[in-house]
Design a protein around this ligand. Structure first.
Ligand code: NAD
Length: 495
């Protein structure tokens, strides 16, 4: 883990103006416009990025297409692709402190979490897909004797990657690594408020020996650069993580342009269900508090709806309140902070809007509900719990993407299932019970991409991540993710 001394040195590093990354090098945007980069730690500008436009996207896509057709990556020997991506993973690990602090200055995630979840996780993801490159085989079909049916897996061509600001490096790597491993060229549109680590990743990739044009980064606004990528006639697929409304737009863009395939990882309103026979209520309360409040609730799988069985409700809520008040909100670059800053002043305002509406609709505020540490100039919010939440309230239906938990009671298993499935989302969930049969029944009954049992939020690269219903479709992580970035081609050979 990084030391406080190293953090304090790195947080002062001048970043300056950052350009786009196209054809293996940094370049200014074609229009010369920039966007300020403001840190949510103190509300001050500490860098700027290029405000890429449609012409820049065109430039990046053209570079990616030319490189793809040339074959220096798409048709390179698997051993070469593996060597380059393995080297990239090593370089990320070498620069882990720098990347972790840079990312925290950009988006405010507490360093303890950011360090593992961002550069270290990205390095692990890239290594995982690098190792897979020479282990995934094509197929021979069970044809009659007089023919040979071969099934090849081919890269798609140019893949657009659009990611959100909560974990840009980790989520970016979940898409970039399998796309590159499969032989595609990639154009990334990072989130406008947290672009710096993905730009640095592209530089490290060039240092690792990735040919120019294979990985390009166009920073800028979603409605400009993101839209241009979504509408581009020469982009074969878009891998997206972000909000539902933008996901819908990307489907429209695909329909209006070249029918590119679109993979959507969208939001959630994930139920965390505590049965009276949970093995350890105190531990369940501690893990549940972390499961909603770490990274200020800006986690797609956050357990934002807590369902507690009535017979243990009071006891559980006592433990939950204790666990919540133990969490220290503060400077995300202080190793003693459990929770850092909300990613931006706009996001903080949005969170406070949800708080006001929950109170208006009759939910009872148990703790929090306000902006704190105002004197820092940064965007900090107290972990917030509402109880007496009913399934028709906004807080039970819509994703806050902030440190706001809504609590509901239930009596029977059927009621828990019905409440759990009562939103438009289906990303994550959890069940706390010592009864194996209850656990298995709930795993089957809950409509979500993942059901945690007696834990919350654990996962690694070996298991797929993604949602059902309006949480999207397509899976990141695991070998299954490679399928998104390859096409099947058949050869039918008369013998
Ligand atoms: P967002 O949808 O506003 O933005 C995501 C990305 O889309 C950004 O890079 C943005 O610039 C870009 N974008 C915005 N408008 C666009 C447009 N018209 N065309 C193309 N691109 C456009 O989301 P956000 O606020 O950055 O992130 C929060 C959301 O992401 C939450 O809803 C959260 O649940 C979701 N999320 C989901 C997962 C998951 O794995 N399911 C993980 C993390 C975050």
């Amino acid at each position: 883990m990084i030391s406080q001394n190293a953090i304090d040195t790195l947080r002062k590093v001048e970043i300056g103006a950052r350009g786009l990354f196209i054809d293996g090098a940094q370049t200014d945007g074609l229009n010369g416009e920039t966007l300020p980069v403001t840190s949510p730690i103190d509300g001050r500008q500490f860098a700027s990025i290029a405000d890429g436009n449609a012409a820049d996207v065109d430039h990046a896509v053209a570079s990616a297409r030319k490189t793809f057709e040339k074959g220096s990556w798409s048709r390179a020997a698997p051993a070469f692709r593996k060597k380059v991506l393995t080297k990239l993973a090593e370089l990320i690990e070498k620069h882990v402190d720098e990347l972790a602090v840079l990312g925290v200055r950009d988006n405010g995630t507490e360093i303890g979490m950011a360090y593992k979840a961002e550069p270290l996780s990205a390095a692990g993801t890239i290594r995982y897909y690098a190792e897979a490159i020479d282990k995934v085989y094509g197929e021979i079909a069970p044809t009659p004797d007089n023919v040979l049916g071969l099934i090849h897996k081919e890269p798609l061509g140019v893949v657009g990657v659009i990611v959100p600001w909560n974990f840009p490096l980790m989520i970016g790597a979940w898409k970039i690594a399998p796309a590159l491993a499969a032989g595609n060229c990639v154009v990334v549109k990072p989130p406008e408020i947290a672009s710096l680590t993905l730009l640095r990743l592209a530089e490290l990739a060039a240092e690792a020996g990735l040919p120019g044009g294979v990985l390009n980064v166009v920073t800028g606004r979603g409605a400009v650069a993101g839209e241009a990528l979504g509408l581009h006639m020469d982009v074969d697929a878009i891998a997206f993580t972000g909000s539902g409304p933008v996901g819908r737009r990307l489907l429209e863009y695909a329909a209006r342009s070249n029918l590119k395939r679109v993979f959507l990882e969208l939001g959630g309103k994930s139920p965390n269900i505590v049965f009276a026979d949970a093995p350890d209520l105190k531990q369940a309360a501690t893990v549940s508090a972390n499961g909603i409040f770490r990274n200020s609730g800006q986690v797609c799988v956050a357990g934002s709806r807590l369902l507690v069985q009535s017979s243990v409700y009071d006891r559980f809520m006592d433990e939950l309140l204790k666990a919540t008040t133990r969490l220290k909100v503060g400077d995300p670059l202080d190793l003693l902070s459990d929770i850092g800053a909300v990613s931006s002043a706009e996001q903080l305002d949005k969170n406070l809007g949800f708080v006001a509406r929950a109170a208006e609709e009759g939910a009872r505020l148990v703790t929090g509900g306000e902006r704190i540490l105002v004197e820092t100039g940064g965007s900090y919010m107290a972990p917030t719990i509402f109880e007496n939440v009913t399934h028709d309230m906004q807080l039970a239906r819509e994703e806050v993407f902030g440190p706001v938990l809504g609590v509901m009671r239930f009596d029977t298993e059927e009621e828990a299932v019905s409440l759990a499935n009562s939103t438009a989302y289906g990303l994550a969930s959890a069940v706390w019970t010592a009864n194996l049969s209850t656990a298995h029944r709930m795993v089957r009954a809950i409509r979500a991409g993942v059901v945690h049992v007696n834990t919350y939020g654990g996962a690694d690269i070996t298991v797929p991540l993604g949602g059902v219903k309006q949480s999207g479709f397509g899976r990141d992580k695991s070998l299954h993710a490679l399928d998104k970035y390859t096409d099947l081609k058949t050869a039918w050979i008369a013998l």
